[in-house]
Design a protein around this ligand. Structure first.
Ligand code: AMP
Ligand code: MG
Length: 316
């Protein structure tokens, strides 16, 4: 039903829906989000119900101006402020000390809140016209493939939800989540902004959270998964070809014949590969195959986030 062109009128309509305590799906530069007014507890609960997301998995709050931080969180440390000035609007989420104004359901009871200012102009206008920060996780069912097109949202969440259609998202993987603690930055989730870029600006290596300590409760081992078996391979030699297998390569055209095959980026461009990743996995999910082989990509830049998603989709 309601896939909406992102006209000013439709964005206004969606702001009204948000202000009336309902949810809408909208594009960001990373993936599509399912948003609600952060200060409306019942509206936020709807997000968890629609996504079938466990309540212990907190949401990211989206703002349209850096000064909006004051509405939801305490002032960021100076070194983080500097990063935000450099990378916002954009695919960087920071964990900040939360204010009491944010309902506990948003942060799963944590005393911190995840904040981001998206650069997608539809998302920006939606937040601005709603005049409230918008809590929004990705617009997919919990643990399933992330949506990078309006159609993916409909496929997973059904057609009762209003979706602003902004076409295919630019980055195609979620934001990078970081947390500052005693002079260090911890990388809680690899994402569209590469660790190298943050390190260059921060002047120090990012640290990984201690294994076993769940810093970002949403970083489950199984996540971002298609409804078929996904197997990561180094190259095609590792694949025992069978009728029910598909193959997604990084840049080389497949040599063997598969029932489904696709190339992430023929140019070998990791940004293009990231942008195509969930779109191709969605197509693979719809193909009549039982397992999907996916070739590893290099770990530099956004490739680190691609491999993170693939490993979680493999879910071993
Ligand atoms: P998504 O559903 O893709 O938007 O995922 C949001 C991610 O943000 C999840 O991995 C959450 O665990 C993480 N997150 C949200 N709030 C916090 C927080 N206060 N501290 C740490 N991680 C958070
Ligand atoms: Mg998600």
């Amino acid at each position: 039903m309601p896939v909406l062109k992102p006209t000013i009128k439709n964005i206004k309509l969606c702001s009204n829906i948000i202000n009336h305590g309902d949810v809408v799906a909208f594009p960001t530069e990373t993936v599509y989000g399912l948003g609600a007014d952060v200060f409306n507890e019942n509206a936020v609960i709807k997000i968890f119900e629609i996504k079938k997301r466990p309540r212990f998995d907190p949401l990211i709050v989206h703002i349209s101006d850096i000064s909006d931080i004051d509405k939801i969180a305490h002032k960021p440390p100076e070194r983080i402020k500097k990063l935000l000035k450099k990378f916002w609007p954009g695919p960087l989420t920071v964990i900040l000390k939360k204010k009491n104004s944010v309902p506990d359901v948003v942060t799963a009871g944590l005393d911190t809140v995840a904040v981001r200012m998206p650069s997608n102009s539809i998302a920006f206008q939606l937040i601005k016209t709603s005049k409230t920060p918008i809590a929004a996780p990705s617009a997919n069912r919990f643990t399933r493939l992330s949506p990078t097109r309006a159609e993916h949202v409909l496929k997973q969440l059904g057609s009762n939800i209003f979706v602003l259609d902004g076409g295919k998202t630019v980055y195609g993987v979620e934001s990078t989540i970081i947390k500052y603690e005693r002079g260090n930055i911890y990388l809680l989730r690899p994402g569209a902004l590469s660790p190298e870029k943050i390190e260059k600006e921060f002047g120090k290596k990012l640290l990984m959270p201690v294994a076993g300590k769940i810093e970002s409760p949403g970083q489950f081992k199984k996540h971002y998964s298609p409804d078929k078996k996904l197997i990561i391979v180094r190259d095609e030699d590792e694949i025992k070809i069978s009728e029910d297998a598909g193959y997604i390569s990084f840049k080389d055209r497949p040599l063997k014949k598969y029932r489904f095959s696709a190339v992430l980026s023929e140019k070998g461009d990791l940004y293009e590969a990231a942008s195509n990743l969930f779109d191709i996995l969605n197509k693979a999910e719809d193909a009549s195959i039982k397992k999907i082989y996916v070739q590893r990509v290099p770990l530099n830049g956004i490739g680190f986030a691609i491999m993170d998603r693939l490993k979680r989709a493999e879910g071993l």
